[in-house]
Design a protein around this ligand. Structure first.
Ligand SMILES: Nc1nc2c(ncn2[C@@H]2O[C@H](COP(=O)(O)OP(=O)(O)OP(=O)(O)O)[C@@H](O)[C@H]2O)c(=O)[nH]1
Ligand SMILES: [Mg+2]
Length: 313
């Protein structure tokens, strides 16, 4: 079977096999994976990539279930991927609990894949980055990347997605803490979760506080000011609004050229990070000084997989 062809035809079994190949640590699989990526890359990119983060228990998986169903009900294909570098230690990786996504996991227009389970944060996230390429080649238009909010991972995920959602709890005594920690600077939207039952007023208050605080901050470099809203996955409230916000964001950023510019910058980020992680800092600095990386940066525009470019060094 020609795996690339099958993936591009939208064969989900082939997609799952392709991702397994990408995640494989066997040397003989590495070449095959590079070949597969090279074939899929020209068919990739036609999607909205959305990162979803927040502390454990904030309601990420439940949100993704409701949010994902909204898109599939509109006839869109939704892929859910995850980044959890701690999952090898804790065994149960995020998304291990498919029970939180029962409906979505039975939806023929959805594809759910747990986090690759070991390695450095950069290494794990890089596998997810490559998986995104395969999902897009298979025709998935909405890519959701779930990650646990553990400091460093937010920056990494930010470099994988077009739009970054930060889920927060109201009344946990942590209002505005995100702002102090600088996470909110990464977020394109802040959502106060579990806004249902007795919690609605608390959620509204928290949203107000965030709005006030964010108003004082400068806009992002793309002119976007983070949106603050409340939502409940249980009651299915506030979910449609988030989707609308993201659709607006996407069309504005497509039109003004920011989306493609940002994606190219992200590719450069991964090229540099992978070279550092795979070849070491010393070699990286030499390559940089010799202008070799700058040449590879240009190659990225020709749909060359990063893994293949690094191999050529
Ligand atoms: N009241 C209420 N509870 C919710 C809502 N969404 C999730 N929960 C509950 O919050 C708990 C955690 O939800 P998850 O979706 O597993 O949270 P998570 O952020 O994915 O958690 P981790 O994967 O462990 O990081 C569960 O008990 C859910 O039932 C909501 O909209 N309203
Ligand atoms: Mg979860």
């Amino acid at each position: 079977m020609d795996l690339a062809k099958e993936i591009i035809n939208g064969n989900i079994t082939a997609l799952a096999q392709g991702i397994t190949l990408i995640e494989s640590k066997l040397l003989e699989d590495e070449k095959k994976a590079h070949y597969l990526l090279a074939k899929c890359l020209p068919k990739s990119g036609n999607s909205i990539r959305i990162g979803i983060t927040g502390v454990p228990g904030v309601g990420k998986s439940t949100f993704i279930e409701t949010f994902g169903k909204l898109f599939t009900s509109q006839g869109k294909k939704v892929a859910v991927l995850a980044i959890d570098p701690t999952s090898e230690k804790t065994q149960g990786s995020i998304l291990g609990d498919k029970s939180r996504m029962l409906q979505l996991s039975n939806d023929k227009n959805a594809f759910i894949r747990p986090s690759p389970s070991s390695g450095t944060l950069g290494g794990v996230a890089n596998k997810t980055r490559e998986s995104i390429i395969l999902c897009e080649a298979a025709g998935f238009e909405i890519i959701l990347v779930e990650t646990v909010g553990v400091g460093q991972s937010e920056t990494t995920v930010k470099n994988l997605v077009d739009f970054f959602l930060l889920l927060m709890l109201a009344g946990a005594g942590d209002e505005l803490q995100g702002i102090k920690r600088g996470i909110t600077e990464l977020a394109d939207a802040l959502i106060i979760t579990k806004s249902d039952g007795d919690n609605i007023q608390k959620a509204k208050n928290a949203a107000l506080e965030y709005k006030r605080a964010l108003h004082l901050m400068p806009t992002n470099d793309n002119g976007w000011r983070p949106k603050v809203s409340i939502a409940s996955s249980f009651d299915n409230t506030g979910i449609l609004e988030v989707a609308k916000t993201i659709n607006t964001f996407d069309s504005v950023m497509l039109d003004n050229g920011w989306k493609s510019k940002n994606r190219y910058n992200q590719k450069k980020y991964w090229l540099h990070l992978r070279v550092k992680e795979e070849l070491g800092n010393k070699k990286y600095n030499t390559l940089l000084a010799d202008g070799k990386l700058q040449i590879l940066e240009k190659e990225l525009q020709k749909w060359k997989p990063i893994s293949q470019l690094i191999e050529s060094l």
